[in-house]
Every structure is written in structure tokens, then in C-alpha cells.
Design a protein around this ligand. Structure first.
Ligand SMILES: [Zn+2]
Length: 161
């Protein structure tokens, strides 16, 4: 919780439409919620996507998927096709994972405290399918100071025409 509280203090200084205070910390109720059986998820996703989205896996750093995109575009969830991130909010973090300083909106993701591996981190999940996307850290660039560290294999990039 410590981390979420420090994010809340940063929020009023952000000066853009993203407000970390408005991000849900439980699975959001949505009319378009995607709920599938484990079997159906396995059919819909590749093996790697399934491991990340449904089993909170992490792709290897620098696997290259969606890391160095050219041109403006939108990144959609591979699980449910919800628009999550856009090129304008992307930056090169040097970590080897696609990194964004904010999502497309307050309501496309939600946060959950992750205590795996003896660390306390904030997990980022898709608001529509509850798929695991990655984590958020507070060492990102302006204007938000946040770094959304996201698995590239669970994002589908579509270039703007
Ligand atoms: Zn999704």
C-alpha cells in the first residue's frame, strides 16, 4: 500500500488527463467484461501470451516484441482487444521491456499489490479481461513520474493511418 499512497501524492502534480488516484485497485465491473474458462483462454492465446496474461509470467528482457516500434499507434490487449497504451506515452527505459509513462485512460487498467519473490510491487492488469500486463514503478519520466513496465508479447500494435 505504501507505493500506492506515494502515487496518490504525485497525482495532483501530473498536469494531464491521467490520474493515478482514479485507477481501480479491485477488478473493475464493466459491461464489456471478458470472462473465459481456462480452456478457452488457452485456445485464444499463444502459449507465451497465456503464461503472461493468465499466470502472471514475464517475458525475457529484450525479446524485442513491441520494444522499438516506428510510427504512431495504439497498443491493444492480446487477451480482449482493449486499447491500453499509445506511442505518445512510450519511452525508452533501457530495461528491455516496452515502457510507458501512462496508459490511454484511468479505466483501461487496474492495480493490485504483488508480493511475489519477496518484493512488494504494483501489478498492472487489464480492466476488461483481468489479464496480467506487467508492473508500475515510480521511477518514470515526466509528466507522471511513472514507469509502466509491460510485457510486449501481450500487446498488439496497430499503426495509426
Ligand atoms: Zn485485456
Amino acid at each position: 500500500m505504501q507505493f500506492l499512497i506515494s502515487l496518490a501524492i504525485l497525482a495532483p502534480m501530473m498536469g494531464n488527463d491521467f490520474n493515478v488516484d482514479k485507477v481501480a485497485t479491485t477488478s473493475p465491473k464493466r459491461a464489456d467484461k471478458v470472462v473465459l474458462s481456462d480452456k478457452d483462454w488457452q485456445k485464444r492465446l499463444t502459449k507465451e501470451q497465456y503464461l503472461i496474461l493468465r499466470n502472471k509470467g514475464t517475458e525475457p528482457a529484450f525479446c524485442g516484441v513491441n520494444l522499438n516500434q516506428k510510427g504512431d499507434g495504439i497498443y491493444y490487449c492480446s487477451g480482449c482487444k482493449l486499447a491500453l497504451f499509445e506511442t505518445n506515452h512510450k519511452f525508452n527505459s533501457g530495461t528491455g521491456w516496452p515502457s510507458f509513462f501512462q496508459p490511454i485512460g484511468n479505466d483501461v487498467i487496474w492495480f493490485q499489490t504483488d508480493r511475489e519473490y519477496g518484493m512488494i510491487r504494483t501489478e498492472v492488469l487489464c480492466a476488461r479481461c483481468d489479464g496480467h500486463l506487467g508492473h508500475v514503478f515510480d521511477d518514470g519520466p515526466k509528466p507522471t513520474g511513472l514507469r509502466f513496465c509491460i510485457n510486449g508479447k501481450v500487446l498488439n500494435f496497430v499503426k495509426k493511418k
